[in-house]
Write a protein that binds this ligand. Structure first.
Ligand SMILES: *Cc1c(COP(=O)(O)O)cnc(C)c1O
Length: 418
């Protein structure tokens, strides 16, 4: 069957061998899926989710029963006091932006302790000049880099004992960097330190790509706020857009006042018919995240067998759904992405090329033949066009489609099929 769609024998054999070698990882992923599914269902039961919650509001969106209940369900599932979950958040970046503007005031300083934040925050913070940045409002920014893929605990302790930081940002997933992603254990340790030295500092976690990959969440280990996109893990491939911010009630309220207007806050915001899709997306999310993880593990194993450097390794503990492949070769990166695109359900005939994407400094190539524009819980692969030419692959709504995509991509970079 694979040969019929143009995949060579060598790639098929490679896949078969790799699949045999990842059985242990699969069992662990299945257990994770089971645990997360139980969590989701228990919350649906607790809040008596019924057809009434699928109703929409329009206009101002007062008294949106579905929206308000969805926020309670998300809060439960994420182990948080409260959550705001809205389609009015355009993206993860937007939710992070609203959260930063909600918590910080002129004269405050924010501190990132996981190195430079995700590229799209450069202009938000003012690392790259923008007349609407936090910096333009008199909010300062400082940064402490990671050391050997871990927090610089002693430097953090020293810096936060000398000066008060209103907010500390921690980004878990690596973004377009070469570091490893940060685990819940690392988070727990550093948040304990922050809370000991500076209990009033708000700890905000960029949790993009990490939901349902580990069983504990950042707020369960002491974070005040965490933020993520619904066209990633928790949308389950069904949410049409949106993002969530979960955490301490006091902080989530501030985010609501900033997202809409002071005085109206979370009381407004029409759900416009998306309630059912948000609930259904969350319902599927444990299984979709598991498919993504299985696709990532297979990718890692297959590429390692071909002699490429894959991070994480197939048998490493995972923190997010992102799989890196270091190509050290511009053409291979491009060909791999083009292979992913050609196996996608949507726009399979499009050939991705590197372009200047808004919000990013280097040219970026993106393969995303997705149902939802830009969705990266669907199989997608991208990378900045700069050495060492790393592909960042993530997603896979089902394992079969994920596997097929990876096989096509690998087939595309194998030079000798003989
Ligand atoms: C995807 C991502 C974001 C931004 O999300 P968008 O929805 O693409 O704006 C922020 N931080 C990290 C770590 C991400 O992976």
């Amino acid at each position: 069957m694979y040969e019929e769609i143009g995949i060579h024998e060598k790639t098929i054999q490679l896949m078969k061998e790799a699949e045999q070698e990842i059985q242990l990882q699969w069992r662990e992923i299945d257990q994770l899926q089971e645990q997360n599914s139980l969590k989701v269902l228990a919350s649906f039961h607790k809040h008596h989710i019924s057809e009434a919650h699928f109703n929409e509001t329009t206009g101002y969106g007062y008294n949106d029963l579905g929206r308000d209940t969805i926020e309670k369900v998300f809060a439960d599932v994420l182990g948080s006091e409260d959550a705001i979950v809205r389609g009015q958040f355009i993206s993860g970046t937007h939710a992070l932006t609203v959260t930063l503007f909600a918590c910080l005031r002129p004269g405050d300083t924010m501190l990132s302790i996981s190195g430079k934040p995700y590229d799209t925050l450069d202009e938000v913070i003012g690392i790259v000049e923008n007349p609407s940045s936090l910096k333009s409002f008199g909010i300062e920014y400082e940064q402490i880099d990671l050391v050997d893929n871990d927090f610089d605990y002693s430097k953090i302790e020293k810096v936060i004992s000398q000066k008060f930081y209103k907010l500390i940002e921690i980004q878990r997933s690596k973004g377009y960097s070469t570091r490893k992603s940060l685990s819940i254990e690392q988070l727990e340790k550093v948040i304990a330190l922050i809370k000991k030295v500076s209990p009033e500092t708000i700890v905000m976690v960029d949790n993009c790509y990490c939901e349902f990959v580990e069983t504990k969440t950042p707020t369960e280990v002491g974070a005040d706020l965490m933020v993520g996109s619904l066209i990633k893990n928790l949308g389950g491939g069904i949410a049409p857009n949106g993002a969530y911010v979960a955490g301490k009630k006091k902080c989530v309220e501030l985010v609501g006042e900033r997202l809409t207007c002071p005085g109206e806050g979370r009381e407004v915001g029409p759900s416009l018919g998306m309630n059912k899709r948000l609930l259904q997306g969350l319902f599927f999310a444990p299984s979709v995240v598991a498919s993504s993880l299985k696709t990532a593990v297979l990718t890692s194993r297959m590429l390692e067998k071909l002699g490429f450097e894959a991070e994480p390794k197939f048998d490493a503990k995972r923190v997010d759904i992102v799989q890196n492949i270091v190509f050290n070769d511009k053409e291979k990166l491009i060909k791999y992405c083009q292979g992913i695109q050609s196996a996608s359900p949507i726009d399979s005939n499009a050939i991705p090329e590197a372009w200047d994407m808004p919000g990013y400094t280097d040219q970026v190539i993106m393969a995303a033949g997705t149902f939802t524009q830009g969705s990266s819980i669907e199989l997608s692969c991208d990378g900045p066009i700069r050495p060492p030419y790393i592909a960042y692959q993530q997603g896979g709504l089902t394992y079969d489609y994920g596997k097929l995509g990876v096989m096509k991509a690998i087939d595309n970079i194998i030079e000798d099929h003989g």
